[in-house]
Design a protein around this ligand. Structure first.
Ligand code: PLP
Length: 387
């Protein structure tokens, strides 16, 4: 089937890349040891520090988020260190599995994949650890597989109240630039992020924001590191350089995406995403379907995972929607495969794009034989029309 108009890429990242960012990326590649690059790289380093909410220098890798996950571990920890991980879904499980591959010893606080990391359970685990065996706590801020956003300030408070010295490592791969986040103010030690979601760029850049405490741990850390070594990245970065070839053209795109985000104003960007989340949930609830996230305080502004009713397969629904309406929705991952579909509502997205997205979902559900109340779309429009 041929489709006129643009493909609707409504997965929870990679998100749609604005035209001006695509134009910026298409500029000729320059000498990454020359003065123009120095100016560009210094500019984006400062811009990214602002987005993270940190006064410290950040690190930019030519890698996807997985690389920056690994960087957070190998730069701060020692072989055999125990760490505390919080099971929120597929991505928290992958981060833990990576830690195991590095010979770290993670303890998982188990979760139901419908709620965020629980500050009280973290408190209990730390209170029980009087020898301070846990060297780090890993939390995924926005769990992209479930549409649940963990409450980092409450987690920080719980850690502080125990007086436990473990580092707090937070994955903001699908929240940075879409959801309020403050690395310094919230007392996070390493924040991990990636380019292809809230920053509206293609995949290929990832980031670490680093506290003074994490930097001190880095100086003692013995896990092997080469590509990810903060010392080399930070030293070169001070001079607007990188220790090896950077993703020059995606960095042009980053400069433009930072301009777009700042032009809208970060607070407006966050408010827009919250509205998109509300409108999407209003549609889902009016259709008579269930949102996967069960905690009212933890709904993701970035994506909504929708539970498929018994007897229906979410992947079949996604296939129908792709075929009929040229729209991609996110699949259920690992144990949620076929049981949920995920509507991405992040990045370069307008009210009408979301309205079109929800119209496509509603029509797809009807074509799949799922009984839905057609008032779902109206419920979303009622929210979208009131700014
Ligand atoms: N963490 C989260 C929350 C993610 O959403 C993703 C990817 O979607 C990753 C980690 C892995 O990052 P990447 O696929 O960019 O390597």
């Amino acid at each position: 089937m041929t489709n006129s108009g643009r493909h609707f890429l409504q997965i929870p990242g990679p998100s749609n890349v604005p035209d001006s960012v695509l134009h910026a990326i298409s500029m000729p590649t320059i000498d990454h040891r020359g003065p123009d690059f120095k100016e560009l790289f210094s500019h984006v380093l400062t811009g990214m520090a602002d987005i993270f909410g940190t006064a410290n220098q950040v690190v930019i890798y030519p890698a996807t988020g997985t690389g920056a996950w690994e960087a957070a571990l190998v730069n701060t920890l020692n072989s055999g260190d125990e760490i505390l991980c919080c099971e929120t879904g597929h991505f928290s499980s992958l981060w833990k599995a990576m830690a195991e591959k590095w010979g770290l010893k993670p303890t998982m606080i188990t979760g139901d994949w419908r709620t965020g990391a629980d500050p009280e359970k973290i408190r209990e685990a730390l209170e029980a650890d009087s020898d301070h065996r846990f060297k780090a706590i890993c939390v995924v801020h926005n769990e992209t597989s479930t549409g649940v956003t963990s409450r980092i300030p409450e987690i920080r408070k719980a850690i502080d109240e125990t007086g436990h010295p473990a580092l707090l490592l937070v994955d903001t791969i699908s929240s940075l630039g879409s959801v309020d986040y403050r690395h310094d103010e919230w007392g996070v030690d390493v924040t991990v992020s990636g380019s292809q979601k809230g920053l509206m760029l293609p995949p290929g850049l990832s980031f670490n924001a680093i506290s003074d405490k994490a930097l001190a741990a880095h100086q003692q850390s013995t896990l092997p590191k080469s590509v990810w070594n903060w010392t080399e990245m930070l030293e070169s970065g001070k001079n607007g350089m990188t220790p090896y070839t950077p993703s020059t053209n995606i960095l042009y795109g980053l400069k433009e995406s930072l301009r777009i985000l700042n032009e809208e104003g970060l607070d407006n960007v966050f408010a827009r995403h919250i509205r998109f989340g509300k409108a999407t949930r209003a549609a889902v609830e009016a259709w008579g379907l269930e949102v996967l996230c069960t905690n009212e305080n933890e709904h993701s502004p970035v994506l909504t995972a929708v539970v498929m009713p018994e007897g229906h397969d979410a992947d079949e629904l996604r296939a129908i929607i792709l075929e009929k309406f040229n729209m991609s929705l996110g699949a259920g991952l690992s144990k949620l495969k076929g049981r949920v579909f995920r509507i991405g509502h992040l990045g370069d997205l307008s009210d009408l794009t979301l309205a079109g997205t929800l119209a496509g979902v509603q029509m797809g559900l009807q074509l799949s034989g799922v009984k839905v109340d057609p008032g779902g779309l109206d419920a979303a429009l009622d929210i979208l029309k009131h700014k």
